[in-house]
Design a protein around this ligand. Sequence first.
Ligand code: ATP
Ligand code: MG
Length: 403
Amino acid sequence: MSSKLRRAAKRHPARDRAPSEEHATPQPTCMPDSARPCMNLLPVHPGQRYCMLFQQSLASIYTTTAEGRILDCNEAMVRMLGYEARGDLMSRKASDLYVSTRDRRDFLRRLRRDGKLVNAECRLKRKNGSVIHVLENVNLLPDETGKLGIIHGNMVDISDRKHAENVLLESEKAHRLLAGELRRLADRQEAVREGERTRIARELHDEFGQALTALNMDLHWLSGRVQDGQAEVDARITAMTQLVGKTAETLHQICADLRPTVLDDFGLVAAIEWQVEEFRRRTGIRCDARLPRKVRCPLPKEQATAVFRIFQESLTNVARHAHASEVKVALTIREGLVTLAVSDNGRGISPRRLADAHSLGLLGMRERALAWGGAIDVSGSDKKGTTVTLRLPVGPGAKECQS
Ligand SMILES: Nc1ncnc2c1ncn2[C@@H]1O[C@H](COP(=O)(O)OP(=O)(O)OP(=O)(O)O)[C@@H](O)[C@H]1O
Ligand SMILES: [Mg+2]
């Protein structure tokens, strides 16, 4: 114990009174006796001034012994705890004000360990039994024997704030639950949509594809039976054969767009290669792809589909919005992580577009990535192009297959 602390203890007014006096007639102990009759005069005595501050404070102020005897408290404390008079409150033990004895034990343990508490929160019981939350600053000071046994504290009622925090927490929890449900719903819809696409592609391919093949064969058969001098019939058959051929091509294209069989048959890398080729063919834009050499990558089908659809949307956006002359695609599939980057040298995406909540394409990409615990980063600068980067964690089964 430092001599400074001891001197402070000697000066502390709480020890000037005998314990019996305090219970009998609780008085504001910080006020010297000589000052008490002069309450309505200008407070010139420093003790008087502090006494007024103590009594007028909006914060609750108290002094207790470590054993829990309340030596002093101000009016704010009496009001906060719902007592009629100071004497009423001071006849209680500090430990009775706590919601549980564990809270009091914990308070004392921390106070003894650190010598003070700053912005400590605790729950107290009001006279009518209701519970309030308080925020307090507390100091452990020496008593008349020099032993650290006096507790000085001031506190404010933060019940309203606590209540607002709890309401906010609850609403955040409900919001998270709802967001989770919406995401699961979106995932489910996506899975259903993908299933539908596959089914329609298969039916189109099987039904119309076979019918067109049969038509083609019949036309071939007919053209072999055209007699000399039937040039008009021959021309019709040739035109029909061309039309059937074109229709078959269109059908093939529609089926591939609905669900590229290459994705199911050969996996993600092959599907991306195919899509790059299609993009070059359809747009005439140069497209350079760096893809893992190994063709089969250990991505579950649903994850591969998500990556592929994100890739398709990125390329569609380049074709529709970028005015680019070149696109670079880089795919890596490493243990635990798939990274796909699509960069163009076009006009660049503006921050306003990026923040637009109605941009469904970008939103769809983000949702797809999020559904698998991944994330999309879109960056672009004016006339310097746009880069869309997908990072997707993959299961422990994923093996290194980057060249
Ligand atoms: N590569 C890009 N270069 C420049 N601007 C882009 C690029 N990609 C997207 N944008 C801008 O971001 C906007 C939002 O893209 P998003 O894909 O969300 O919507 P969209 O392509 O306009 O419509 P859709 O819902 O059919 O995809 C686009 O309208 C475009 O202005
Ligand atoms: Mg789009």
